[in-house]
Design a protein around this ligand. Structure first.
Ligand SMILES: NC(=O)c1ccc[n+]([C@@H]2O[C@H](COP(=O)([O-])OP(=O)(O)OC[C@H]3O[C@@H](n4cnc5c(N)ncnc54)[C@H](O)[C@@H]3O)[C@@H](O)[C@H]2O)c1
Length: 425
């Protein structure tokens, strides 16, 4: 049997523990963590205990770990967004291949610098864009590439975040502020920008965008709402964002697992009283937009119309591509794709071909484990060229997200090549 790829972990937070750590525990023949860097002692110890990491391989920061000669071939970087550039460049300089959480960087310059350094050192950098590795999007790509709807003309993608998820991550949580993480189009929808770039298979030509923070604002707070939900809110019986109803119920998995490592009721109650997740969603310090639309024209003529909405009842992504010979429709969470091909005549009966794919068991429709398996394979094969081709698409997708944000702020229609050219040295 092949030996697992050994890895070090930077950042044993939610993703470090629940995505990468869980993958290694579940697939001991594929990946084994041999060192961890995490400043939070409770998290560091918990991760080390789960993976049998001895004290001399537990570090309080990524800097301490990377100061050592490489302890494994692979470094998994699941620190928070704004640490990605420095720590990733450090890991590449130390000689590691890299499994890097999205967004790969919080600036366009950072994305370009990481990709350039990976090329210079011939290191594999796999960005964690799990959706590309799901059966659903892989089938959509295959259908488009084999011409199932003819020439793709217009692509419509939606990301429906769900009101409770949006409140958790983008109003109360880690990704609520530009200065702590980045714009929503990057922190949430760099996945969709990546998918669009990958599915269309061409470079963007022109980019425009509109969006704003419309709903999660002080003026929309129920009359008399306190700063924290538990402090006697007059809307506690009806507000869908009431924190105790979200976090003190039966569910202790994500997103509830984020508020406290200790899942007991008492620990969670204390976390709501003292931490960020007990705050009224209308009276937080969030400043990222809650709705945004991005329009792109690609070099091959395909047009993209993408909408992300924070206030949706359900949590799902959808896809519709109109082509010269038919349409492709897809609902990611239902794992269903449908091809409707044009036939002769007027008011014809349109034949429908349905493709049902099976979702994997991991998060993001099975993509989490798909992307990790892919990374393990690339490292085992030392397949730099394949990794580099995939990384170039990831960089283009990230630059598209930054361009969309600049277009939203300025109101201008951006020439993508000129925009991206600003970051080439
Ligand atoms: N691919 C996806 O679909 C997806 C989904 C969710 C989050 N993410 C990304 O994953 C990353 C981590 O998100 P998370 O939810 O786990 O955040 P988190 O805050 O739970 O985890 C980050 C961890 O990094 C640790 N850290 C801080 N400074 C450090 C240092 N100097 N050295 C080492 N560790 C340090 C923190 O203590 C924390 O435990 C983010 O970039 C996020 O955007 C990706």
């Amino acid at each position: 049997m092949m030996k697992p790829v050994e890895a070090v972990l930077l950042g044993a937070g939610q993703r470090g523990r629940e995505a990468f750590g869980a993958f290694a525990l579940r697939h001991p023949h594929l990946m084994k963590f041999v060192a961890v860097a995490e400043p939070n002692e409770e998290r560091r110890r918990a991760f080390a205990a789960d993976h049998g990491i001895p004290p001399e391989r537990q570090f309080a920061s990524w800097q301490d770990l990377l100061a050592r000669p490489p302890l494994a071939p692979l470094c998994v970087n699941s620190t928070m967004d704004r640490t990605h550039v420095e720590s990733s460049l450090g890991a590449l300089a130390a000689g590691y291949h890299l499994l890097l959480e999205k967004p790969m960087a919080h600036t366009p310059e950072g994305c370009v610098a990481i990709a350039r350094e990976a090329r210079r050192r011939r290191r594999i950098v796999q960005v964690v864009h799990p959706l590309r590795y799901t059966a659903f999007y892989a089938r959509a790509k295959e259908l488009l590439d084999r011409g199932a709807i003819g020439q793709p003309l217009v692509m419509t993608l939606t990301e429906n975040v769900a009101y409770w998820h949006f409140a958790h991550s983008f109003v109360r949580g880690n990704w609520r502020r530009y200065d702590e993480s980045g714009p929503l189009v990057l922190t949430k929808t760099c996945h969709d920008m990546d998918l669009a770039t990958w599915l269309v298979g061409a470079t963007p030509r022109r980019v425009s965008s509109v969006g704003e923070r419309r709903f999660f604002r002080e003026e929309n707070a129920p009359k008399g709402a306190p700063l924290r939900c538990h402090e006697g809110c007059p809307a506690e019986a009806t507000c869908p964002f009431y924190a105790p109803a979200m976090y003190l119920g039966e569910c202790t998995e994500w997103p509830v697992s984020v508020i406290s490592l200790d899942k007991s009721f008492e620990a969670r109650r204390k976390a709501l009283e003292q931490g960020p997740y007990g705050r009224c969603v209308f009276r937080c310090d969030n400043d990222v937009v809650d709705h945004q639309i991005v329009c792109v024209e690609f070099e091959n003529g395909t047009m993209l119309n993408f909408t992300v909405a924070g206030c949706t009842a359900h949590f799902y992504r959808s896809l519709r591509v109109v082509g010269g010979e038919g349409e492709l429709h897809g609902h990611f969470e239902r794992n269903e794709l449908r091809i409707e091909r044009f036939v002769q005549g007027v008011w014809p009966e349109i034949p429908t071909e349905t493709h049902r794919v099976s979702a994997g068991t991991s998060a993001h429709g099975g993509g989490d484990w798909g992307v990790m398996r892919n990374c393990v394979r690339l490292v085992r094969e030392e397949n730099f060229d394949e990794a580099d081709r995939s990384l170039q698409i990831a960089v283009a997708g990230h630059l598209l997200a930054f361009a969309a944000e600049e277009a939203r702020r300025s109101g201008a229609v951006l020439d993508f090549k000129a925009y991206a050219g600003r970051f080439e040295s």
